[in-house]
Write a protein that binds this ligand. Structure first.
Ligand code: OFO
Length: 169
């Protein structure tokens, strides 16, 4: 069993993860619109990742006898000024999500919910990776600046990303 408070906090996080999926899907469309199809692919895979994060929480709530309550997903931004601008938004968003996972862990601690604390370890570690990846891609884009050839090479690299379903445990 989980407490009502923990249940509500986990439901809220499902919404945050689904919004993340939505945001990256919107970014995928933005990149497609400026003919950077590798970046668009990277964002699509990111959408799949975020959906998997939401589903991990969804399954956990159900497995603990909680009640899933899905909320409306906010409309994401649809345009960015440049690839750098988009990746600055990715990094900022991932830092925000890290703060949300930390808050969830605070709730688990306050509720003395050891299983939730143990489960959330995966998410907090994942956030370290998410922030590092976003920061790395942003740094590369800044280095590239206005060098179109370098940008196309990066686009080619990002086209190779494929989705590997994470094992959340
Ligand atoms: Fe779910 O890690 Fe990004 O938001």
């Amino acid at each position: 069993m989980i407490s009502e408070k923990m249940n509500a906090a986990l439901n809220k996080q499902i919404n945050e993860e689904l919004y993340s999926a939505y945001l990256y899907l919107s970014m995928s469309a933005y990149f497609e619109g400026i003919s950077l199809l590798g970046f668009a692919n990277w964002m699509k895979v990111q959408t799949q990742e975020e959906t998997a994060h939401a589903m991990g929480l969804f399954d956990y709530v159900n497995s603990r006898g909680g009640k899933i309550e899905l909320e409306q997903i906010n409309k994401p931004q649809i345009n960015w000024a440049s690839p750098v601008d988009a990746f600055e938004a990715v990094l900022k968003h991932e830092q925000y999500i890290t703060s949300k996972i930390s808050e969830l862990m605070d709730t688990a601690e306050a509720e003395k919910d050891r299983p939730a604390l143990s489960f959330l370890q995966w998410y907090i570690k994942e956030q370290v990776e998410e922030e590092a990846t976003a920061g790395d891609l942003l740094a590369k884009l800044k280095l590239i600046g206005s060098d179109a050839n370098a940008l196309l090479l990066m686009d080619k690299d990002l086209a190779a990303r494929t989705f590997v379903a994470p094992v959340i445990e």
